[in-house]
Design a protein around this ligand. Structure first.
Ligand code: NAD
Ligand code: WQD
Length: 338
């Protein structure tokens, strides 16, 4: 199939471009480069051995989108483009609603105009808010996300549900990611946050690399085994392979699919830091600070539905996640962007 990847220059989108190319699909990437380096597409092409066309543009530009959909004879869209910094969304909510919600509406309208009705959407476990029960299954009541970013994802999920009800010929997958980490084994692509990382794994990696002095552990008084936050970390390669499985499912089933993409295993902050130190051979010093506002104590997925419907489950270990992250960060390409 010919597939358009919005946000294809970003962390998860670039890995999706690679896996789809390696599966034999034709891939076009569209990205406004607001949070990624221009040369990522070249690095994906170097790994896959296939050219990757990057259209520099904004997902809110309906005319551009419609032109690309028609000219490239696109048959499906993977929609990764968007803003994802939880803290920034609190201080700049309109930027997030315009980019995430406005971008999704513009994309769907361009797709409808071009008669392209296969869409895979990057949703987030954040739509569950403070999950009512653990592990989190798809029928878990959707909570009240604690920030505009999470609310933007929930709004888009609802928009897609309404679109599917209005026109059942759409084939839509809403994939709820838990905590994607890791990098492709080549060390050529990976998570490349600009400035100080907000997320645990890139911060731990930069401490191990000597780019940050020590890790702040946001609270050790949670009701968990060691008192620190527990999350479901999933290797980005497992995550994008789940997207491939979702696309194959949509090719056989019209309608709306909603699945969690997680491992079903919870890992604490201290467990992650200790694993990273062991795998990298570098110390990861830390200091305990206050809880981060908005954090939940624990959140991990029930991955049974993806296994049953898609025949997919995460394969890679926490050690793989740390090893591949370390290769990316220590190998020079994935250094901290200032
Ligand atoms: P990322 O920032 O690395 O990638 C997003 C890409 O989209 C960037 O290359 C950016 O330049 C581009 N972009 C942003 N706004 C755009 C716009 N208006 N038009 C065109 N391009 C635009 O983020 P990521 O970690 O790869 O996340 C990809 C998607 O997955 C996002 O929608 C995010 O909300 C979602 N997600 C991420 C995580 C995570 O922890 N990384 C978890 C759950 C969901
Ligand atoms: C993980 C754990 C922190 C940093 C976020 C977004 C979510 C999704 C994934 C987009 C928590 C602790 C972290 C640090 C720490 N993104 N921590 N020190 O918060 O589960 O999810 O990223 O969709 O929407 O909310 O991930 O990596 O920020 O935190 O102690 O310097 O690590 O308290 O327990 P989170 P995270």
């Amino acid at each position: 199939m010919n597939i358009l990847i919005t946000g294809g220059n970003g962390y998860i989108g670039s890995h999706a471009c690679l896996v789809l190319q390696q599966a034999g699909h034709g891939v076009v990437s569209l990205d406004n480069l607001s949070n990624s380096r221009a040369d990522v597409a070249e690095r994906v092409a170097r790994i896959s051995g296939r050219p990757l066309r990057l259209v520099e543009g904004d997902v809110r530009d309906r005319e551009l989108l419609e032109r690309v959909l028609r000219q490239e004879k696109i048959e499906a869209v993977f929609h990764f483009a968007g803003l994802k910094a939880v803290g920034e969304s609190v201080s700049r909510p309109l930027r997030y609603y315009d980019c995430n919600v406005g971008g999704a509406v513009a994309l769907c309208r361009a797709m409808a105009a071009a008669a392209v009705k296969v869409l895979v959407f990057s949703s987030s476990a954040t739509v569950y808010g403070e999950p009512a029960r653990m592990p989190v299954a798809e029928d878990c009541p959707l909570g009240e996300p604690t920030n505009p970013y999470g609310r933007s994802k929930l709004m888009i999920e609802q928009i897609l549900a309404d679109l599917s009800r209005a026109d059942p010929s759409w084939r839509i997958a809403r994939l709820r990611y838990f905590n994607p980490v890791g990098a492709h084994e080549s060390g050529l692509i990976g998570e490349d946050p600009s400035g100080e990382p907000a997320n645990l794994m890139p911060y731990v990696a930069q401490v191990a690399a000597g780019k940050r002095e020590s890790l702040q552990v946001f609270g050790t008084d949670y009701p968990t085994a060691d008192g620190t936050g527990v999350r479901d970390y999933i290797h980005v390669m497992d995550l994008v392979e789940g997207h491939l499985a979702a696309l194959e499912y949509l090719r056989r089933h019209p309608g709306l699919l909603t699945v969690n993409l997680g491992t079903g295993r919870g890992l604490s902050v201290l467990e992650m830091a200790e694993t990273f130190a062991r795998v990298s051979g570098r110390p990861v010093p830390y200091r305990v600070t206050a809880r981060r506002p908005g954090d939940v104590a624990a959140c991990w997925a029930d991955p049974a539905l993806a296994q049953r419907l898609l025949g997919w489950r995460a394969q890679r270990s926490v050690e793989d996640m740390c090893r591949d992250t370390w290769r990316w960060v220590s190998g020079g390409v994935g250094g901290a962007r200032e």
